[in-house]
Design a protein around this ligand. Structure first.
Ligand code: FEO
Length: 395
């Protein structure tokens, strides 16, 4: 059976014309274990208008979906809500092929697109926050969402249909045949919305909080939310749950949860981790054990999103930080979690610099160190007891 390359209607004269990337497993360091979609939308009004595009390798799929509705050469306007290449890589080609009347982006979007592509084949028209554009029977209102999550980012609101096109915000990396949130189980949606927020949006949480203020004060009514990744939110009950999660995360509300992240060379640091876990579990908090021989950085980020404490352990290797921990800590630092408490532990053979380096890293991201323990070679009974007490102290 041939691949379904039809557009899918999401509202009156509004169609999804994006692409499904089943195979992608890494997007700038974020492990996308269920692939993703690159969503683009076509509005069939007097001015036929395309919102965003897709990654270059999906150009044919994207053009076929547009062609299932209209000859792509009939497109009048293209609106770039976000200039990151997963949504703009086809733009220079499509401008060349279609020769639209106008291409719109935010002021910062115009700068970014010109800096990314150098030759876009036409001048971009910059639009400002609150500006409106008539398409015929429909009106687009632009909403600047700078730093959510790039400087150029903006939302487009289809006023008459109450459809909010939100580029990356409220999206998820999840390839699926289903195009609407209500067609998927809430548990699946929650996992991928959470992973997306943790790995992409967290550093810009203050901008999410500002967005909510803006939406609340403008009294914006929304019946469909169409992001640039993952399913379209048409069931507002589900979307309200997403909003409530975004509100919690952007307000940096944390759970009584400890994440224990560690790696081990010959099992000594893992023995310490197990005694720390026992100590932590003696209180009524949840504990996530995350050995880095089984968990990768995006999974750690997901659990860190609402954790109140992180306990980090590694053996010293060649007078230095253990490489898997260096990777995860570098990634976590960039995501700017606000984890208040932490501790460090690890085994060593000769010099034992590992703990110092782990501690320095945690302090540099604002974690208050509650305790630390190191073990020369294999932990003895005294060290095991100290590990238990460390877990208890953090809990
Ligand atoms: Fe999906 Fe920020 O690009």
């Amino acid at each position: 059976m041939s691949k379904n390359l039809n557009a899918i209607q999401i509202a009156d004269k509004v169609y999804w014309v994006g692409a499904i990337d089943w195979g992608v497993r890494n997007i700038h360091g974020y492990t996308t274990d269920r692939g993703t979609t690159y969503n683009a939308y076509l509005v069939m009004d007097d001015k036929i208008t395309l919102f965003d595009t897709v990654k270059k390798e999906f150009e044919d799929e994207f053009l076929s979906r547009i062609a299932s509705i209209v000859n792509p050469e009939k497109i009048d306007y293209i609106i770039s809500n976000h200039s990151e290449p997963d949504h703009s890589e086809v733009l220079p080609e499509i401008i060349k092929a279609v020769k639209p009347e106008k291409v719109f982006a935010s002021v910062m979007g115009k700068k970014a697109l010109n800096a990314i592509y150098h030759d876009l084949n036409m001048e971009i028209t910059a639009v400002k926050d609150g500006e409106e554009l008539g398409l015929g029977s429909k009106t687009v209102k632009f909403m600047e969402t700078r730093m959510l999550h790039w400087p150029d980012s903006m939302f487009s609101y289809l006023v008459e249909d109450k459809v909010l096109l939100t580029q990356d915000a409220f999206g998820m990396h999840l390839a699926s045949s289903e195009r609407f949130g209500e067609e998927l189980p809430w548990g699946v949606l929650k996992t991928h919305v959470s992973g997306y927020y943790a790995n992409i949006i967290t550093p810009y949480s203050s901008h999410v909080a500002k967005l909510f203020e803006k939406i609340d004060t403008s009294g914006l009514e929304v019946s469909i939310v169409a992001p640039d990744h993952g399913p379209v939110w048409r069931n507002m009950d589900n979307f309200r749950k997403v909003l409530s999660l975004y509100k919690k995360w952007s307000a940096r509300k944390l759970d009584e949860k400890i994440v224990i992240v560690y790696d081990t060379m010959w099992g000594s640091t893992e023995k310490m981790a197990n005694h720390i876990e026992d100590g932590a579990r003696s209180s009524d908090v949840s504990v996530e054990m995350m050995p880095l021989y089984s968990f990768e950085r995006s999974m750690i980020a997901l659990e860190m999103l609402d954790a109140s404490a992180v306990i980090v352990g590694a053996p010293t290797l060649n007078n230095n930080i253990f490489p898997s921990l260096a990777d995860v800590l570098t990634y976590i630092k960039g995501l700017k979690f606000k984890t208040p408490y932490g501790a460090v532990f690890g085994s060593y053979g000769w010099s034992g610099e590992g703990n110092n380096l782990l501690r320095e890293y945690l302090v540099s991201i604002g974690v208050e160190i509650v305790d630390e323990i190191k073990s020369k070679y294999v932990p003895d009974d005294k060290v095991k007891e100290e590990c238990f007490l460390l877990g208890q102290a953090v809990a």
